[in-house]
Design a protein around this ligand. Sequence first.
Ligand code: UGA
Length: 446
Amino acid sequence: MKASEASRSPGTPAEKKISIVGTGYVGLSTGVGFARKGHTVICVDIDEKKIEKINRGEPPIYEPGMADGLKEAVAAGRLSATADLKTAIMDSDVTFISVPTPQSEYGSADLSYIRKAAEDIGSALRGKDGYHVVVVKSTVVPGTTEDIVLPELEKGSGRKAGDGFGLCMNPEFLREGRALEDFLKPDRIVIGSMDSRAGDAVEGVYSGFGAPVLRTAIKTAEMIKYASNALLATKISFSNEIGNVCKELGIDVYDVMKGVGMDARLSPSFLQAGSGFGGSCFPKDVAAIAAKARELGQETKILNAVLDVNKGQRQKLVGLLEKRADGLAGKKIAVLGLAFKPDSDDVREAPSIDIIGMLAERGARVSAYDPQAMHAMKSFHPGIEYCDKPADCLKAADACLILTDWSEFKELSDKDFDAMNTKLIIEGRKVLNPESVKCFEGICWP
Ligand code: UGA
């Protein structure tokens, strides 16, 4: 660690001009969050449709609080979107890169978007006078910022990092569904910088957030992000493994983890067992850091097991259903919940994708309902029946699987399930209220 310190930064931030390259969940939440904090933000994207939407104050993604936050920021003139990266760089002092780093077919992260962003920012910097700081916010394997982003910036700009421009790595810890809230009230802000001038500039952008700031070397910041996601994913797979044993013993793993999580050394978060983690982060990030380790000749036994246990939960759920239903061929299975988590329309790596695939392979007919994610699921499973409400989904079903813990499912009662052929209900997420629904079981609970 080059310069490591933890401090609380009080006060209101001085207004900064910020550009953000890439307007996915992270880029847009960061933009709206910074605008809320009084900065002026220019979002850059290559997708013209997205740009038009953002400039009309309409978020291109579903995220609680985003619609109001974006509308407010656009109306106040504190946030705009453009495809013109060059002008965005000219009109800002700090540029955050938040382009995707998807998983390549070998499990490692695909860095082509980040390389291109660095190349373009470098060229744009060539025509600009004065100091500018570039901050990598995308999740990148340790070494990427210095080995890929830095040389591209130097090549494009014709300047040397340090005096010519500053470079930092500032990982994000936002959860989908709570992205704005997490951005505005972070547990910590990690700033990896190549020198103190660049790090101070980024810390200045975050002054007024009232969160502890950890200053590190760039590579350390990159690794903190992977280690954090890998440990959270490990907690989930651990709970799932214990949950599988609990299920055999007739014990509710939620009661067990409540007792475990009361230990202040552990925290009760991310101990909820079920059909496993999905999303664009945990599966990809754990695979990426394991792939990097392999490249370095290091074995990651724990991380490999975390991914194996996670995959196994999906098979376990289908196995349990198959056993209880006495085969699935020709049966109608109602799937409630498709998104990888509630309050999101995202189905990337969602357990529902694999589970529906396994049901179809076994000859079942699937009807599905999700309050937000049906549109996204259609590209993975176009042939299943999509229903406008749980009642249509459950009608004449031979069994029901609950795969996302949407709060509206908490309101379901025995009456809602009466329309099923057979009241066989299995939860992959603990959500039903046992006071209202008398007969159901969970993947890791009785
Ligand atoms: C995760 C991290 O929580 C964020 O800190 C991080 O910034 C983000 O990845 C990222 O790298 O961008 P996210 O994937 O949006 O955030 O959502 P989580 O709330 O972490 O949930 C991930 C998955 O784990 C979901 O499928 C969720 O249902 C599952 N989960 C979560 C469990 O199965 N059990 C739990 O106890 C908690």
